[in-house]
Ligand binder design. Structure first.
Ligand code: TRP
Length: 480
């Protein structure tokens, strides 16, 4: 990593930037959370609403985080303090830090399960098991308490080691090579799943929208899933963008990352639902254990299934790591930059706090079984609070900040890279006596400004109003 102007670490290559942001976005959210939330929320109609939210709200929120982060070159809290000193805006950063804690707590539960499944698949534990037995292997593990707890702690420590030792660069380098493999594996899983007898109902479920299944809670769920999967609403991408160099094209990056993220989620859906239907499982039955109960059956039905299973869970664990480091980094950057705690101590504090809260999540199916509200246990409650409450709230405040508070020239400069561009244009003009026609320049300007106008309209009006309505509708304050 090159040192930035203020002595902070920075990303160097353009591809590295997209990869780091994509590494944060692509993770358990796509492969673990997306299928089970789609299953619980009725399939195709949910998928359509989720896609609309990614395009209309997700990309603008992501772009807003990029604008704030690169402008301020600070952590999620410090960025607001720098751009809006003496206001209450830094509270948005505080919401983000709380959200990061909560997400790290339950994310590490699932990442721990993934590690255990690396072990199980290396040990060839699913060999010869039928679908029911695969499910009971999972349930026995999930409810056993100690074992999932151990894997969770291992995962939190792994995350901390990476955050601390700055081997992020190494992680980026490897995930550039490894993530395409994960995509290839998902494609081959999908092909196998679709060719299983009885699988077509799964595709029908995923792609044929049945709008009778949509209600206010499902709509909020789609928003939460979009935000969670894109890593937006809590400042993770503010923190990452603070390391972006001036020449990064922010809008192109937000599009590329979001599209990759969505494609991988859909691919995971195409691998899971046909397999579920072929196995005779109901889509709403899976819950958080869905992929762990379904995929081992698909691996078994594949040539080379042993290796595919091992590779899949290893790559999933790595995808989870590249996401969890972006979550932990939010907290560590805040503690070290704002409270002047050394990075080492900051990481230690974060590990202890998230391990403590995380323990309750992992033990939701054993020690704390039955503790919760309604049919949600502790794990579900923390996931719900973070994904469906804190992230949308954070996203709402972030777009209002960019749309209404920030100086519009500053936003425009970030989006068009004008600060740098002006200098380049000036230099070219200087050396070449500027031979481009007025028309060339006008076209160039016009494209930039059109993107800007659409973006501003969304962040000022559409996104805040839409998020507010979805929210109020879901908690029952208004009825649409
Ligand atoms: N998006 C990641 C995933 O899909 C999880 C994640 C990483 C995240 N950073 C985040 C979620 C910040 C919300 C906010 O697995």
């Amino acid at each position: 990593m090159a040192l930035g102007s203020e002595g902070r670490d920075g990303f160097t290559s353009r591809f590295g930037i997209v990869c780091a942001a994509a590494g944060s976005a692509i993770g358990l959210g796509n492969i673990w959370r997306f299928p089970y939330v789609v299953g619980e929320s009725g399939g195709g109609a949910f998928l359509l609403i989720y896609l609309a939210f990614v395009l209309m709200l997700g990309i603008p929120v992501m772009l807003s985080e990029f604008v704030i982060g690169r402008k301020a070159k600070r952590n999620a809290y410090g960025a607001f303090r720098k751009i809006a000193p003496g206001t209450w805006w830094p509270l948005v950063g505080v919401i983000g830090i709380v959200a990061a804690f909560v997400i790290l707590a339950f994310y590490s539960t699932i990442a721990g399960w993934t590690l255990h499944y690396v072990y199980l698949s290396v040990a060839n534990s699913f060999k010869g098991l039928g679908a029911l037995e695969v499910t009971s292997v999972f349930e026995a593990f999930q409810t056993s308490g100690g074992l999932p707890l151990m894997w969770q702690m291992i995962f939190i420590l792994l995350t901390a080691v990476i955050v601390l030792s700055g081997v992020k660069k190494g992680i980026e380098k490897y995930s550039k090579i490894l993530m395409p493999f994960l995509v290839l594996l998902l494609i081959s899983l999908s092909v196998r799943a679709i060719t299983l007898p009885g699988s077509m109902g799964g595709l029908h479920f995923l792609f044929n929208p049945d709008f009778s299944k949509i209600n206010a809670a499902v709509i909020l769920g789609a928003l939460g899933q979009a935000f969670f999967s894109l890593s937006i609403g809590m400042g993770a991408l503010i923190t990452y963008a603070s390391y972006f160099p001036d020449r990064t094209n922010l809008s192109a990056t937000s599009f590329q990352v979001s599209i990759a993220d969505v494609l991988i989620a859909i691919l995971a859906g195409v691998a899971i639902f046909p397999a579920m239907f072929a196995l005779g499982m109901q889509p709403e039955e899976g819950g958080p254990g869905l992929i762990f109960m379904v995929l081992p059956n698909v691996f078994q039905a594949m040539p080379g299934g042993y290796l595919v299973a091992v590779a899949f869970f290893v790559l999933l664990a790595i995808a989870a790591l590249t996401s969890s480091i972006s979550i932990m980094e939010v907290v560590v950057a805040f503690l070290s930059e704002e409270l002047n705690i050394k990075r080492k101590s900051a990481t230690l504090i974060t590990v202890i706090a998230s391990a403590f809260v995380g323990m309750f999540c992992t033990l939701s199916w054993s020690t704390f079984e039955g503790v919760g509200i309604g049919d949600r246990n502790i794990f579900d409650l923390l996931d719900f609070t973070a994904s469906n409450v804190l992230l949308p709230l954070g996203g709402l405040l972030i777009v209002v900040f960019v749309g209404w508070y920030m100086k519009q020239q500053a936003v425009r400069d970030e989006l068009t890279n004008m600060g740098v561009l002006k200098l380049v244009v000036f230099m070219i003009g200087w050396y070449t006596k500027d031979e481009r026609t007025e028309e060339d320049r006008a076209r160039f300007r016009a494209i930039r400004i059109r993107i800007y106008a659409v973006f501003m309209f969304i962040v000022r009006f559409i996104a805040p109003i839409a998020i507010a309505i979805i929210f109020l509708n879901a908690i029952g304050l208004i009825r649409i």
